[in-house]
Write a protein that binds this ligand. Sequence first.
Ligand code: ZN
Length: 215
Amino acid sequence: MATETEKTFALLQTFSTLSIISSLGLGLFCFIADRLFQFPFIQQNDWLRALSDNAVHGIIGMWSWAIVIGLKKKNDFGEIILAGFLASVIDVDHFLLAGSLSLKDALNLPHRPFFHCSTLIPVVVLTLKFIMHLFRLKDSWCFLPWMLFISWTSHHVRDGIRHGLWICPFGKTSPLPYWLYVTITASLPHLCSFIMYLTGTREMMSIKHGIHIDV
Ligand SMILES: [Zn+2]
């Protein structure tokens, strides 16, 4: 059980100077990456465009999780790689729906593929939390639902600047304004950390990752 001091440290870490600078850097990265991708040699090659777009999803996932955990120990990198993988792997559903490995087929689908339904995020996060509670996995794997939340939400929001958010079965929003995408992406690690603090996950994470205050 976390002490009051650990709880306070966990909350302070959520809004530390370092984490705020890191999230401003994340917003800047999104902006620069999107400018770089306007180069014709990327835009004119489908594979290059798809791979670079997917790599940005992965980097945003890794960067976001690094902000959440504070990145202090060597073994934190395993979690960060996992967050990047979760943020990137969503796009596999394009190929699953196409039933083919052809990029042309994957990009010309009759409707959006299943993992791009944003309703899935709260459903999967809450189901995972319930399963962990049921099997008493909450200490060692307590981070997983939140990692999924941040990785998948950042992916959906980034796709949302072109396609809007698909809130199945209710329909989809209009494309998100670019400023909203950057703002949500940069704020998401703090929102996630704060919810983790409120739900008690944050103290466990602070104990696991080592307490560090930088305010
Ligand atoms: Zn996508």
